[in-house]
Each structure stands twice: as C-alpha cells, then as structure tokens.
Design a protein around this ligand. Structure first.
Ligand code: AMP
Ligand code: GLY
Length: 433
C-alpha cells in the first residue's frame, strides 16, 4: 500500500468467508473500493467472473492499478492463480500452486508431514483398489479413507469397521464418486479427541497466528450425519488455549513453514492446520492442512479481530510480517451458526425467497451471506447449500450463542426450507473449567 493512498481490493470467492473478509476490510482506513468475484447476494461491487477463471481475473486486475487481490477458496489456488498473477506483477495474497498442494493433495500433505516430523496419524497411500482393500483387512484399528484430491470437504470417510472402509474404497476408486480426486487414496488410523482449527497468516518466512477456532463439520446436532463444509464455528477454541497453543506453533505451524521454504515452495497465505487433540495423550495431531482461511471459521475470527487485516495481508505479500505487532483480538467469544438449505450436503432446493433479513438483529450480530443471490427485484434468494452465517459477539460463549440463535430465529425460507444445528459452541459452554 502506498502511504496516504487507499488500496482497491479484489476478493475472489462467493462464500461466507469472502463476505466476512470484505466486512472486515471495509473498516480499514486504507481500503478503497472492494470488489468480489463472483461474490453473493450479500456482497456488493460483484464482478461477473467465476472464481476459477484466472485469465479474466488477471485481466480485471491489470486494468486497475495497485489492486490487491485476496483469494478465499482452494480451487483457484490449486489452479495456480497466485503464480499467474505474480507473473503479471499483480499483487495477490495466497500460496502458489505448489505450496497449495498441502491442501490439494492429501497424499502430498501426509508424506510432507512424515518427512518434516509433524505429528499425524499413521497412514498408507494407494493407487490400486485391491491393494487398498488388502491393507484394510490387515489393520486392527479403525480407519479413515480419504480421496487424495479436492472434493469440497466430502472426500473423507471416517469408518467404524473394515466393511465401511472397503465400501469407501469402492466408492472412491472403483465407482469414482469423486472423479479423478479419488484415483489415489490415503488410508489412515482413526484418531479420537477434540478438533480445532489453527490458522496463521504467513509470508514465506514468518507467521502470525490468528485466534483459534472450532468448526462443526457434521450436519446434525451431536456431531451426527455426514461431513459438510462446516455448520458453524466459534472463536476462541478453549481446547487449544495456553500451553497447547504454543505446542501447535512449535510442532506444527513453524516446522511446516520451514520445511515448505526448504523444499523451495515457501508458503504465503493463510495456513490452516486441522488439529485433533488426542483424547488419551492430550497431544496435538494434524489431520489436514488447508491452504486458505477456514469457512465458517473466518466469520467468528474476523468479528474478533481488532487489528487491521489489510495491513497484515499487505505486509505478508512483501515478507514484512516479522516487523508487525502481534494481531490484537477482542476478548469476547464469537459464534457463527450456519443456516443451510434442507438436504445439504445432499441435494436441496435453490431460489427460495429469504425472509427476515431486514429484522433488527442487534449491534453485535452480522449475517454473512454464502449461498445467496439477488433476483431482478433485488430480493435475496437461496442459491447454495450453506446459505447464511449468522455470527454474534458476546462477552462469553453463552451470550454469543444466545445472540446468534435469537437472530437465526428471525430468518426463514421456503416451507421448512432451512436447517441449522442447535448445538453450536456447546462444547465451549459445557467444558469443565
Ligand atoms: P479432513 O478433510 O482431512 O480434515 O477430514 C475431515 C474430517 O474428518 C476431520 O475434520 C475429522 O473430523 C475427520 N478425520 C479426518 N482424519 C481423521 C482421523 N485420522 N481420525 C479421526 N477423524 C478424522
Ligand atoms: N471449515 C472447514 C474448512 O474451511 O475447511
């Protein structure tokens, strides 16, 4: 950013994460115009370019001097949007295609963790279904079967027994339910414990951790039903405060950044480690990496951030994070409840009129849009599985939960068209002190 001059921003993506980035950056005194490509029904200055159309996005950026681009989702990153923009001398925040392999290939991430000594579940990698099935039959522990490639958060099957694991291999490798993403699979030991999301902003050398958070991946209350992109999140996650926090920085985040740099693929962007705190040993294991900010985690995290996100992103692009102060956070708890279309993560209706968005939600509530669109009369309609992220700040988890759900109850669509979990952040409330 140039001193005294405002910077225009392009946010690539269309989810709650991107809306929350825009909401936060719009509060920066350094922010000029904020564009979203393609954005959703809650974002403004939407540009009609798909998130994977790298050529058109680059052409848009080239026409606007000093535009700074922030990439939300994994797909454009794994397609090399950062490499293309850098070639054209355009300012962009995110990892290169090679660095984004931490997310786009689970086999790569597991081998990387093994080589870098980062604690993760024991695993094996297969390209042939028969070998994968033989391996399953020889294992005595419960297993998890993962498609190697990107599968919109659905390519992981947590199995109770070998029949389920074999069925998962058949689905991925034989019936090719995830297309080429399932041609290779990772089979790993199933761990038990509490999960949390640890995300840091990285500049290729140094990193600054963001506030911790916890997602709710399963579609129904009590962590039942299939995995989704995330049904709600809260920050901070008490499970990784204190000593465990430092351990994750020292044993996972910093070794990852160092090893990525050493192999010539430095990581710039948001590095996200999905952590499982093993219930027996209390040790943190890395379940996965994401090469981007989490969604919905971004929503509560942005609501708690006091510092100017834009200044940190700008510094990270230039490798100046080590000169920056630690990021400041509000002491409050933030809770995000995702309102989804009934049927998600399976099939669901689109195009339902959303009612109640104009209600008075109170000062500590933000309704971030995800799968929404506007019709010709500027009304907001549903347009996806995860529709809204209703996010509230409270002085503790109980209060934030209360505010978020009282806002959720003001919103509806279709005939019984929405679904949300009623137990978001319950773990933070019922946790023994
Ligand atoms: P991933 O996309 O790899 O994070 O997997 C999605 C979800 O599957 C995680 O958030 C966990 O709930 C679950 N999962 C993944 N790996 C394991 C594992 N080794 N043990 C138990 N659960 C797992
Ligand atoms: N909420 C999980 C993710 O962003 O991958």
């Amino acid at each position: 950013m140039r001193p005294g001059k405002k910077t225009d921003i392009l946010i690539v993506g269309s989810g709650g994460r991107e809306h929350a980035f825009g909401w936060k950056i719009s509060q920066s005194s350094h922010a000029g115009k904020i564009y979203f490509a393609p954005g959703n029904g809650g974002t403004f200055e939407n540009i009609d370019i798909r998130q994977n159309d790298i050529e058109k996005l680059a052409a848009f950026a080239k026409n606007r001097k000093d535009l700074l681009t922030i990439v939300g989702p994994e797909e454009p990153l794994s397609l090399g949007i950062v490499d293309e923009f850098r070639k054209e001398q355009l300012r962009i925040f995110g990892p290169t295609r090679e660095a984004a392999r931490l997310e786009s290939s689970k086999a790569f991430a597991k081998e990387f963790m093994r080589d870098a000594g980062i604690p993760t579940a024991p695993f094996a990698i297969f390209t042939e279904p028969e070998r994968a099935k033989d391996y399953i039959l020889r294992q005595e522990v419960p297993l998890v079967v993962k498609a190697d490639g990107l599968a919109a958060g659905k390519g992981v099957i947590v199995c109770d027994n070998s029949e389920q694991a074999i069925a998962a291999v058949d689905g991925m490798m034989v019936r090719q339910e995830f297309g080429p993403a399932g041609a290779k699979v990772v089979i790993e030991e199933r761990l038990a414990g509490e999960e949390a999301s640890f995300i840091a902003i990285c500049d290729g050398n140094s990193m600054l951790p963001l506030a911790s958070s916890q997602d709710h991946k399963r579609v129904f209350d009590g962590d039942k039903g299939p995995n989704t992109g995330g049904m709600g999140a809260y920050s901070p996650a008490p499970v990784i405060e204190g000593e465990l926090h430092d351990r994750i920085v020292n044993q996972v985040m910093e070794p990852t950044a160092r090893a990525m740099k050493n192999r010539g693929t430095s990581f710039t962007g948001f590095l996200y480690a999905g952590i499982m705190v093993d219930e027996k040993s209390g040790k943190p294991y890395t379940l996965e990496f994401n090469a981007r900010m989490g969604d919905p985690e971004c929503q509560p995290v942005m609501m708690r951030m006091k510092s100017d996100l834009l200044q940190y992103v700008d510094a990270a692009i230039d490798g100046r994070l080590d000169n920056m102060d630690p990021i400041e956070w509000k002491g409050d708890t933030a809770v995000c409840v995702v309102m989804a279309s009934r049927g998600y993560p399976g099939s669901y209706k689109k195009g339902e009129l959303i009612e109640g968005l104009g209600s008075d939600m109170g000062p500590d509530v933000s309704v971030f849009h995800a799968g929404t669109a506007r019709d010709s009369q500027n009304r907001v309609l549903t347009n996806g599985g995860r529709v809204l992220g209703v996010t509230a700040l409270g002085s503790n988890a109980e209060q934030a939960v209360e505010k978020a759900y009282s806002a959720v109850r003001k919103i509806r669509w279709g005939e019984n068209g929405h679904h949300y979990r009623t137990d978001i952040a319950r773990r933070a409330i019922t946790r023994p002190a």
